[in-house]
Structures are given as structure tokens and as C-alpha cells.
Design a protein around this ligand. Structure first.
Ligand code: CP3
Length: 348
């Protein structure tokens, strides 16, 4: 485990304060590529793991102990709030998440309700358990989906390639669209508040699928709700990471929407992205997760390239451009942690 000064690395980088070396963590650092996770998963459904605080805490903890990363992300899923609002959620083998009776009409929207008291407590209970065990040695990141990405699952009923139903509702029923987003902002703001109250020291907002929109549509249909959510999150007094994929054309607007840190994927060069959003926000990213399938040379070269692009400027958090993929060799993930720590301590 790390010394208490090291435990501050991640939070200091989020605030663009100088650090001795670049902090690193990974989206989906707990997942199917880890044998310990697969062993637990063989005995419990994904939802049971997410909704049983002791199990979610255990997964969060064995992951950070194994990887030696600089932050823990609480084990949960982006879709739990949709389930708590009354939608039936299943994870279907080989197909991913499925939400029954997707939201397409005003009547569908009226079926949704605010989560009952305690419905999302499993996540804050898990955060409390992780914090008790880590004793302040490592910060815990809480998270939620952004309004667009969560709405897209609720409207499509699952994953989507073209987001046709989502865009139809957004373009053709803008009043309904805004009502749905407003309701999500309310639910997600409360959810994030409960995570910080339980001990989360930072928050990440995943707008994983917003890259399917062009800038003008983002500005008009998405930015206002996202800005309200991010403002509510930032008002909780912890650093907030605003993450998207495929957002090369949206970076300036995502910054306008808010966040202390903007998370970017590999489709944009890190130095380019940082120049465009400005050095008054921190940046997170952006290794292509496919590089983790080895061999070591290209992996090392690209880790170094990203660190060179960040140039030792305060406010870089090393991460992948998206989550760790199933089948990733664990030793390569461990190697990246070691490389980031070693290379970055030599550049300042
Ligand atoms: O380690 C961590 O990052 C924390 C755990 C975490 C999970 N989901 C657990 C999980 C986090 C942060 C998420 C967020 C999440 N969930 C997102 C946003 C991040 C992103 O990837 O953009 C999204 C879009 C979801 C919805 C979701 N959940 C999808 C699309 C899938 C994949 C389905 C599949 O079968 O591939 C999931 C399942 C899921 N959530 C897994 C894990 C570890 C793997 C499934 C399993 O164990 O069966």
C-alpha cells in the first residue's frame, strides 16, 4: 500500500497541483479479465455483485491491491439508476444489458418513478466498506452515467449502433426528451451526493455514447442537462471527471458543460485535446485498450508518447481511452502501472 502523501497524487492531479509522478487508474479495472473477478462471477450474477455491498467492496479492493493503481473506482454499473426508477434490467450473455419496455412515449416516461429510499444505498454502502478498509490510503471514485448516455439505454432498451430511437425522440419529441433528461439529472444528482457522503473523494461522469452527436445537436439537446448535473456534482466539493468517447468534435463543448478533468479516448492526440480544452482543466487518458494485448514494445512506446505529450504539466491522469477489454493479459495492465510510475517520475 501507499504512503498517505502518495494517496493524494490522484486528487492533486485532478486539481492541477504538482505531483511527483503521474497517477494512473483504469476504467473497468475490475472486470472479466481478472481471474479473481471471474471466480466470483461464476457464483453470482453481475447485478447481485453490484447490489451486495460486501461483494462490490471486495471486488473494488482486490483489484486495487493487485494492480497498484492510484485510485479505486467503486464496483457498480451505470444502469443501476434506471433499474431503481422502475425499469427491468437484465444482462444477457453475449448481448450485454437489456432494459425491458424502453421509454418511447409520454406514457412510458410517466411509468418511471424516483428511486425508493434506499434503492441505491447498495452503492454508498459499498463505498463506506471500501473506505473503511482503505483507511484513507487510496481515494475512491464514485460514478454515474451522464444524462445522454443513460437516456440512450433507457430509450433503446440496450446497446445500440446508430442510436436511432434516441435521436428520434430527441429530434421529434423535444419536450419529452427534456422531461426525461430533467428527471435523470435529479436522480443522478442525488445518487452522486450519496456517494460523496459515503466517502467518495472524486466522481466520474460517463458520457460513453455521446460521440454519436454532432456539435450543434450536443449544444442544443444535451449540454444544458449535462451542465446542470456536472454543476451539482462539482458543488459537492470533490473533483469531477467528465468522460466521453468519440468526442473529438465535442471537446470544447464538453469543457463548457463542466468538470475539473476531461477524459478523452485515443481518437484524439492528448496534447491536441489539452490545447483545445485549455490548460485550466485537467485531462485524463488516453491509451488505446487494444494495446494492452501486447507485445511490450509498442505498448511501452505509446505509454511514453502519451506521457511526453502531457509533458509533465500538472493535471494529467493516466488512463485508457475506454475500459479494459475482456481477455486483456493481466501482466500487461501491471506493466502499464509500473511504466507510468517509472517514466513519469523521471520527467519532472
Ligand atoms: O472497474 C470499474 O470500472 C467499475 C465497474 C463498472 C462496471 N460498469 C461493471 C461492469 C463501471 C464503471 C461500469 C460503467 C458502465 N456500465 C458503463 C460506462 C463505462 C463504459 O464502458 O463506457 C456502461 C456503458 C455500462 C453498461 C454496461 N454494463 C455494458 C455496456 C456492459 C457490457 C456487457 C457485456 O456483456 O460486455 C456492462 C456489464 C459490466 N459492468 C461488466 C462489468 C465488470 C462486465 C459484465 C459481466 O461481469 O458479466
Amino acid at each position: 500500500m501507499q504512503s498517505s502523501q502518495e494517496s493524494e497524487l490522484f486528487l492533486r492531479a485532478c486539481r492541477r497541483q504538482p505531483v511527483e509522478r503521474t497517477p494512473v487508474w483504469f476504467m473497468r479495472q475490475a472486470g472479466r479479465y481478472l481471474p479473481e473477478y471471474r471466480a466470483l462471477r461464476a457464483r453470482h450474477s453481475l447485478l447481485a455483485l453490484c447490489r451486495t455491498p460486501d461483494l462490490a467492496a471486495e471486488i473494488t479492493l482486490f483489484t486495487v491491491k493487485k494492480l497498484g493503481v492510484d485510485a479505486a473506482i467503486i464496483f457498480a454499473d451505470l444502469l443501476l439508476p434506471a433499474q431503481s426508477m422502475g425499469m427491468e434490467l437484465q444482462f444477457v450473455e453475449g448481448e450485454g444489458p437489456v432494459l425491458a419496455d424502453p421509454i418511447r412515449t409520454g406514457e412510458d416516461l410517466r411509468r418511471l418513478h424516483l428511486p425508493a429510499d434506499g434503492e441505491l444505498e447498495c452503492v454508498s454502502d459499498a463505498i463506506r466498506a471500501v473506505c473503511a478498509e482503505l483507511g484513507g490510503k487510496l481515494p475512491v471514485i464514485g460514478f454515474s452515467g451522464a444524462p445522454f448516455t443513460l437516456a440512450s439505454y433507457m430509450i433503446e432498451g440496450g446497446a445500440s449502433r446508430d442510436f436511432l430511437q434516441t435521436k428520434r425522440l430527441m429530434f421529434h419529441q423535444p419536450v419529452l426528451w427534456n422531461e426525461l433528461l430533467d428527471q435523470l439529472v435529479r436522480v443522478l444528482s442525488d445518487f452522486l451526493r450519496s456517494q460523496v457522503a459515503a466517502g467518495a473523494k472524486a466522481l466520474q461522469i460517463f458520457d460513453s455514447w455521446v460521440g454519436c452527436l454532432g456539435p450543434e445537436d450536443y449544444r442544443r439537446y444535451v449540454l444544458p442537462a449535462t451542465r446542470t448535473l456536472l454543476g451539482n456534482a462539482q458543488a459537492l466539493g470533490v473533483p469531477v471527471i467528465h468522460f466521453g468517447t468519440g468526442v473529438t468534435s465535442l471537446l470544447e463543448l464538453m469543457k463548457e458543460a463542466g468538470g475539473d478533468v476531461i477524459g478523452v479516448d485515443w481518437r484524439v492526440e492528448l496534447d491536441d485535446a489539452w490545447r483545445r480544452i485549455g490548460y485550466d482543466v485537467a485531462i485524463q487518458g488516453n491509451l488505446d485498450p487494444a494495446l494492452l494485448f501486447g507485445p511490450a514494445d509498442p505498448l511501452r512506446e505509446q505509454v511514453e508518447r502519451i506521457l511526453r505529450q502531457a509533458g509533465g504539466r500538472p493535471g494529467h491522469i493516466f488512463n485508457l481511452g475506454h475500459g479494459v477489454l475482456p481477455g486483456t493479459p493481466v501482466e500487461n495492465v501491471l506493466d502499464v502501472v509500473e511504466m507510468v510510475h517509472r517514466f513519469s517520475s523521471g520527467t519532472r
